[in-house]
Design a protein. Structure first.
Length: 83
């Protein structure tokens, strides 16, 4: 759960505490990520996404989108992705 919270903070500036607990703040941040994924752009960066439901559930499609965003952002900002 802390990895999810960290990635949400990094990828979409969620500003949620990394507590390891999936509470309302984390669920809201997941919905925000899912909404971004559906718009295909984040700031001036375009992502190639298939639309997903903004339901607040961090399922396999959401994790895939999040990992994809992290890969792209790590290349842009030249940081090492998490393993």
């Amino acid at each position: 759960m802390r990895r999810l919270q960290f990635l949400l903070n990094y990828c979409i500036d969620a500003y949620i505490p990394e507590t390891g607990y999936f509470g309302t703040e984390t669920q809201s941040a997941v919905r925000k990520l899912q909404s971004y994924a559906n718009t295909r752009t984040f700031g001036n960066i375009s992502f190639k996404f298939t639309a997903i439901s903004a339901d607040g559930v961090a399922g396999p499609y959401t994790w895939g989108k999040l990992n994809y965003m992290m890969t792209i952002l790590s290349k842009i900002y030249k940081i090492k992705p998490l393993n």
